[in-house]
Design a protein around this ligand. Structure first.
Ligand code: GTP
Ligand code: MG
Length: 573
């Protein structure tokens, strides 16, 4: 107990310091620098891709091998970053990710690798390596040499470990107010630097695997791994393209080449062609790439994907070859996150609340996806009287020639990408605690039955069909992002947002409690994260004067009876 109390105390002090300095320094994604220092998405992606090319991943017997590894690997170049993590199996497997100063040095280390009879298998050269113990004779001298080496510190240790929920909750209990809780939650659950590095290394592995035939191939992470809305342990969404997109240029076009590549004839149907190619890529990953296992092909989906697990990175990967709009959508979300420092912490709290209430689920189904939920948050921030985010159409208006992006299927993904040109700065001064409550209140009253949400226009439109929830797909505006959501799940969302609004409204930020009393009380955000099965839903909650009545939640013209019991929550009327 003493140790735990000390641990909590340490984390608290650390977190409060981080929160205080956050506005000045920013974090990996939650960056809040002046607009001219905000990296645009392509720069951010490019920087991470280059970092992956300078990196190798080495399995070691434990973190204690680091001085020896450092000493050995320094002979190939200068190591500028070293991070350790464990993959937990029956025995913990230890890995160290090393970054060299240049890609050439990383290649030299890879080229110096050897195959071993101890590890039988397909001889593939890759940045995934194993550090063999020194031969008996050389052991002592290797250890001595390592001891004298001045090494780059190995930070972090066990860098993919997630804060266990008990400790996280203790931290949140010890926060000063709800706003601080929201910041702490974001700080301690967001994907960290090591997580981002590992995901870009996974992408590089796929890219290198096909680069013989496709020297310009690009395997690019998208989704929560790179848009800044990802939490520790999130999946990697990856898009593989065989060639680069032609980048529009203002320069006068030169004489077109007279040497034309011969190509293999396509199958008549583009979709079957992609499916066949993905089958083949799936086999290749499965048969040849170290670490890749449990490969599954989901080729009949709207966007065909190959799913696999990466053993060395302890990572689930969804690989697609035809989801460029998803890629550009991630860029839009990244930009929204960069435009205002409140966007990401707020979204993290809402996503966690949705998960705890059983509204979202890692597997796809009739419930709202994390992506749709994120769209709801973005729209809420756009429609405020003093908007915190601009509509997408406003971004489109700022686009210059360099921002033109048209996908192979002709979908226009052009919008302004330069923060300075966009020049948006919100005048909204609400804090995170106020915004959280306003979010729940807003969706308690939202007319999902008649209105569709448009992030492009930053307003609600008449709903074009009978889907229970309609969010116009920002890049393919004839589609509905939340088409999968059933009426029952939409109603459940409305009940849960009302519940949450009520809980937050009745929350008194009791600053008179002593620190030890605070530690024992679930307050603020923690009230929202209670397991729904255990949550007490007060019978009178629907009769609060400020709220609409429960009967208003259901459309009276519908023939079905209003549901009484939802997935995990029983509503007592
Ligand atoms: P988690 O995986 O739950 O952490 O979130 P995610 O944002 O990665 O969601 P998901 O893996 O479902 O989707 C990956 C990315 O694809 C999203 O971030 C979006 O950029 C994009 N995406 C998902 N669904 C749609 C859609 O219906 N339309 C468009 N245009 N993009 C989508
Ligand atoms: Mg994802």
């Amino acid at each position: 107990l003493m140790r735990r109390a000390q641990q909590v105390q340490y984390w608290r002090k650390y977190c409060i310091k981080q929160c205080a300095t956050k506005t000045a320094t920013g974090s990996e994604f939650g960056a809040i620098p002046a607009s001219n220092t905000r990296p645009n998405y392509d720069d951010f992606i490019g920087k991470r891709q280059q970092q992956a090319q300078r990196s190798i991943l080495v399995q070691v017997s434990s973190e204690k091998s680091y001085p020896e590894l450092y000493n050995y690997c320094s002979s190939f170049g200068s190591i500028i970053n070293a991070q350790h993590y464990c993959v937990r199996h029956d025995d913990d497997l230890h890995y160290i990710l090393l970054e060299y100063a240049s890609a050439g040095e990383a290649s030299a280390a890879i080229d110096a690798g050897a195959y071993s009879a101890e590890l039988s298998g397909v001889p593939v050269r890759s940045p995934f390596l194993w550090f063999r113990a020194a031969a008996a004779g050389g052991k002592r001298s290797a250890k001595l040499a390592a001891a004298s080496a001045t090494s780059q510190p190995l930070l972090p240790l066990d860098g993919t470990r997630q804060l266990d929920s008990g400790l996280l909750h203790s931290l949140l209990r010890g926060a000063g107010n709800i706003e601080e809780q929201v910041l702490l939650l974001h700080k301690h659950t967001q994907l960290n630097d090591l997580g981002v590095r590992m995901r870009f290394l996974a992408a590089l592995q796929v890219q290198q695997a096909v680069s013989g035939m496709f020297p310009e191939a690009q395997a690019q992470p998208f989704g929560s791994s790179v848009n800044g809305f990802g939490k520790m342990g999130c999946d990697l969404d990856l898009i593989l393209r065989f060639d680069r997109e032609p980048i529009p240029s203002n320069a006068p076009a030169g004489e077109p080449s007279r040497l034309i590549y011969h190509t293999k004839e396509n199958l008549s149907n583009g979709r079957s062609q992609t499916q066949r190619q993905m089958e083949c890529i799936g086999d290749m990953l499965h048969l040849f790439l170290p670490g890749v296992c449990h490969v599954r092909r989901i080729l009949q989906a709207r966007v065909p994907i190959i799913k696999y697990h990466h053993d060395h990175l302890d990572l689930e990967v969804d690989l697609s070859m035809s989801n460029l709009t998803g890629f550009y959508m991630s860029e839009l979300l990244y930009m929204f996150g960069e435009l205002d420092p409140r966007v990401r912490p707020l979204t993290f709290s809402i996503r966690r609340w949705a998960q705890a209430s059983g509204l979202t689920n890692p597997s796809p189904g009739r419930w709202i996806s994390n992506f749709s939920l994120t769209c709801l948050v973005m729209y809420f921030l756009q429609q405020l009287r003093q908007p915190i985010l601009p509509g997408i159409n406003a971004l489109v208006k700022c686009a210059s020639a360099e921002d033109v992006r048209i996908t192979e299927d002709g979908i226009n993904c052009t919008f302004g990408r330069n923060f300075e040109q966009i020049g948006f700065r919100s005048r909204n001064t609400s804090n995170l605690s106020e915004l959280l409550l306003q979010f729940f209140e807003f969706y308690s009253q939202f007319d999902f039955h008649n209105r569709a949400i448009s992030l492009n226009e930053a307003r609600a439109l008449a709903k074009p069909d009978h889907s229970a929830m309609y969010i116009v797909n920002p890049l393919e505006q004839v589609l509905n992002v939340s088409k999968n959501v059933s009426l029952e799940e939409c109603e459940r969302l409305r009940i849960e947002v009302r519940n949450a609004a009520w809980l937050l409204e009745s929350e008194v930020e009791n600053t008179t409690l002593s620190e030890s009393e605070r530690q024992e009380t679930a307050w603020g955000l923690l009230n929202l994260f209670k397991n729904p099965e255990k949550a007490i839903i007060r019978p009178n909650m629907f009769f609060k004067p400020r709220m609409v009545e429960v009967s208003d939640l259901f459309d009276k013209s519908q023939t079905i009876d209003p549901p009484i019991t939802y997935k995990n929550t029983t509503v007592r009327q």
